[in-house]
Design a protein around this ligand. Sequence first.
Ligand code: TA6
Length: 304
Amino acid sequence: MANQIEALNAQFALADQLRFQTGENGLPRVQITNRLATAEVYLHGGHITAFQPQGSEPVLWMSPLAQFQHDKAIRGGVPIIWPWFGPHAIDKHKPQHGFARTMEWRVSATKALPDGSTQLQLQLNDTPVTHALWPHAFELSLSITVGTELNIELTSRNTGEKTFTAGGALHSYFAVGDVRKIHIDGLLGRHYIDQLDGNRIKQQSDAVYIREEVDRIYFDTEDTCTEGICAIFDAQLLRQIYIKRNGSHSTVVWNPWKDKARAMTDFPDDGYQQMVCIETANAVDDVRHLAPGETHTLSQIIGL
Ligand code: TA6
């Protein structure tokens, strides 16, 4: 492990901005610190585990019980969901939310940008392990730019000989002071699938409040605006987190509330009070069909 870290620093470290270190449970971690913000990224899952603009509170929520195991997703931060969202459509034995978040990604580039932000580019290609789960050749590129905003771009490329269909999400866990004192704007009038009520389709008639378990997939329809901006108004921390979404016509809002929180071993019983997931997704009918050589980029910009 130490050799891997040394080799990564020799090739990709950026003086006083980006370094590789041994993270939790010995997993390689990227530490980014610049004059605008700090961030942490694990090569395991291409997983952003921290983002904090200078002078602000952390923007992302991380579970203190997160397990940094090779075969598990890290709980919190921004899990990369790909090439399917939720359970596999046919084989329920295949991993929930696909395999990208439990694979080891490799570093393809690091850049110090002129505006003072720092960019990390990671890549994941198909392997015999992924072929056993999903019989397609692909190249997945993840570009993470850390500045006053956090810009995440996930680009899927079909490098095979036949068209494939891929879904996914940037499954972001946002840190809030008290989830009962927030509301979410940007989804008014949108229809959603209520995953807790027989997948019934409903329409959002007000801002989104979290007063119980919530698990909804909002989708664009012809008559609902798709300007792609959501905002969390946090009355406790007196701040607003905005999420500008692109390449996505479906947005997931999730809070496990008490019972589900208690049922998850990597999630503290009261953790639901300090987080909410708003996920920039390609879910349900919003999956993308890529012919050989075609690409799709799912992206979001997070800021305060
Ligand atoms: O965020 C939507 C969702 O699909 C929920 O149904 C819940 O399962 C959540 O993802 C977390 O999934 P995970 O596999 O990370 O425990």
